[in-house]
Design a protein around this ligand. Structure first.
Ligand code: NAD
Ligand code: MG
Length: 397
């Protein structure tokens, strides 16, 4: 790598954002931070600004932006503070930025991530919900702008690493016959089903192998995360969903596999630490130190694999149904899940109501296909309204 790369980190105060900054801190000769963004956590982003001295910082609302701006001015810093989605889009498309880390959680990341893709950036994609919502549009945008899309999600990063390094002229000659998408099974893989009703948010967010943000932790507990990842893999690698098989692998050491026509299965292994896929994407096609402990395979000793139980994890089944139903169903599934997870975290609905709520939203949506940005946003809004009305009804019962 010659000149240093200039980065915007969308969602810098989150788990992906902090892990990215940790890797960057080990290679300050190679990376420069141009912009950091956060939702409402002014204290956290103030600290990050003091450390990284970015040109820009973006907060979700004007009030938080003003607060941050006042604090930075008081410290004689000249970081420009912007607000809202326009601010996020601006820092994702700045000329001086070549790499955008898409680390915002949920649909809120769609517009800035799309903006990075439109501007032809190197896009390090963690925000899977953006791709689930906009699959075809997003991939077309990447192709048309010449953006480089690198998957940060550990499974997709593993698949990317196991893909042919020099793709054949015609995709049908790649010899790929299956993608094996691994899943830990989350904290409730062996919990008796009769206890599911009383699962608390505290139990749901304590993942056995990974430390992550709250929403993805709940998604891992319901296995919605894996379903979203099937959709993500379908778009990223242009593979039909029925060739993507979910494999429960409780140790989270193999991060996914690609199976080929000649009988080879390639796997990527490593300790479960997001700094590995982040470092891989930051440096690609080179390799850099990530700070992750090397994997001791003698310590691991045993790798296990199971088929997922769809009765235990109905969200996974709903994802397969949504993929078959089309783009609007995937958008509705994602939107309903965001509303349901938030309600569960606020203790307004039970753990088991997450899947039930999504299922009822999917049965009520009227939009069938959503491919343009306006259609995507309309389908998202409409599903959110249906989901909210169901929660209100649940609460008044
Ligand atoms: P997190 O909750 O820890 O962080 C989310 C970040 O987005 C924070 O900086 C937050 O301030 C910001 N944000 C939240 N809502 C926002 C809004 N409305 N507008 C603007 N900014 C907002 O989440 P995370 O675990 O870092 O996950 C981020 C994304 O990466 C998710 O899409 C998740 O699925 C994906 N991902 C995460 C991991 C992981 O290990 N954490 C692994 C794979 C994929
Ligand atoms: Mg993942």
């Amino acid at each position: 790598m010659n000149a240093s790369r200039a980065l915007t980190i969308l969602g810098s105060t989150g788990s992906i954002g902090q892990n990215t900054l940790d890797v960057v801190s080990r290679h300050q000769d190679k990376y420069r931070i141009v912009a950091l963004t956060a939702n409402t956590d002014v204290d956290a982003i103030e600290q990050q600004c003091l450390q990284w001295q970015p040109e820009y910082a973006v907060m979700s609302d004007q009030g938080c932006a003003q607060q941050l701006s006042d604090r930075l001015k008081a410290r004689a810093m000249d970081t420009q503070v912007l607000a809202g989605v326009e601010g996020l889009k601006k820092v994702s498309s700045l000329d001086q930025v070549d790499t955008v880390v898409a680390g915002i959680v949920g649909a809120a990341g769609l517009l800035p991530t799309l903006s990075a893709a439109e501007s032809g950036k190197r896009v390090l994609l963690a925000n899977k919900e953006a791709l689930v919502m906009s699959g075809r549009l997003f991939m077309d945008t990447v192709r048309n702008s010449g953006a480089i899309l690198l998957p940060v999600d550990s499974e997709h990063n593993a698949i990317f690493q196991c893909m042919p390094q020099q793709p054949p002229q015609a995709p049908e000659h790649s010899g790929i016959n299956r993608i094996l998408l691994t899943a830990s099974g989350g904290p409730f893989r062996t919990t008796p089903l009769e206890q599911f009703q009383s699962i608390t948010p505290e139990q749901a967010v304590s993942h056995p192998n990974w430390v992550m943000g709250q929403k993805i932790s709940v998604d891992s507990a319901t296995m919605m995360n894996k379903g979203l990842e099937v959709i993500e893999a379908h778009w990223l690698f242009n593979v039909p969903h029925d060739l993507i098989e979910v494999v429960i692998h409780p140790q989270s050491i193999i991060h996914s596999m690609v199976s080929y026509a000649d009988g080879s299965i390639l796997a990527q292994l490593g300790n479960p630490d997001m700094r590995t896929p982040i470092a891989h994407c930051l440096a690609w096609p080179e390799r850099i130190d990530s700070g992750v402990e090397p994997l001791d395979i003698f310590d691991v000793a045993k790798l296990e694999f199971e088929k997922p139980d769809l009765q235990r994890f109905p969200c996974l089944k709903l994802c397969y149904q949504a993929i078959q139903a089309g783009s609007a169903a995937c958008i509705a599934l994602n939107a309903a899940n965001e509303i349901a997870v938030e309600a569960f975290l606020q203790k307004n609905i039970a753990f088991t109501a997450i899947a039930a709520l999504i299922e009822s939203v999917l049965s009520e949506i009227t939009i069938t296909d959503a491919n343009t940005l306006d259609e995507i946003l309309a389908a998202d809004q409409s599903a959110r309204e249906i989901a909210r009305s169901h929660i209100n009804n649940l609460q008044t019962v």
